[in-house]
Write a protein that binds this ligand. Structure first.
Ligand SMILES: [Cu+2]
Length: 158
């Protein structure tokens, strides 16, 4: 029976690990569930995700997101002829009126390019988001383990 104990502890640790970032309100928008995935040493790119809700009657656009250790692009991911492809969203990511846009593995994501240093599990960082109408918001990103489920990097051009 004693052998069960370490398994129980491990399971608990896995449940507790994903810290959730507090929602950030800016105008009619709420930014929540932000997180990024830890990167292996030497990896040139990383990914992050978040959800944006728009309670307003007008659409807005996420036009930029900035951190001091990487260049960030918003990417979309889709299957094309059986191959995962990603492309940059240019002109800003639209947040529809009374709508929600969720960035998540296998879909829209934040691509952290040209990383100056790895993203490390348990070391959260702040990013500044710019919206066309709502303005700027600072959002905390917890960093999840390297193995967190996410988009396949196959076929990616860097
Ligand atoms: Cu990407």
């Amino acid at each position: 029976m004693k052998a069960l104990f370490p398994t129980a502890v491990l399971a608990l640790a896995l449940v507790v690990a994903p810290a959730i970032a507090a929602p950030v309100k800016i105008g009619d928008l709420t930014v929540k569930d932000a997180w990024a995935r830890a990167t292996p040493k030497g990896a040139p790119v990383g990914v992050g995700y978040l959800t944006i809700e728009n309670d307003g009657a007008t659409a807005d656009r996420l036009t930029g997101i900035v951190v001091d250790f990487a260049h960030i692009e918003v990417h979309d991911m889709s299957m094309k002829n059986g191959v995962m492809e990603m492309r940059e969203i240019t002109g800003g990511l639209e947040i529809p009126a009374h709508g929600t846009v969720t960035l998540k593995p296998s879909g829209y994501h934040l691509m952290f390019m040209r990383l100056n240093h790895p993203m490390v599990q348990g070391q959260p960082f702040k990013a500044t988001l710019t919206f066309q109408h709502a303005g700027k918001a600072t959002v905390d990103f917890p960093v999840m383990p390297v193995g967190s489920p996410g988009p396949a990097m196959n076929g990616m051009k860097m």
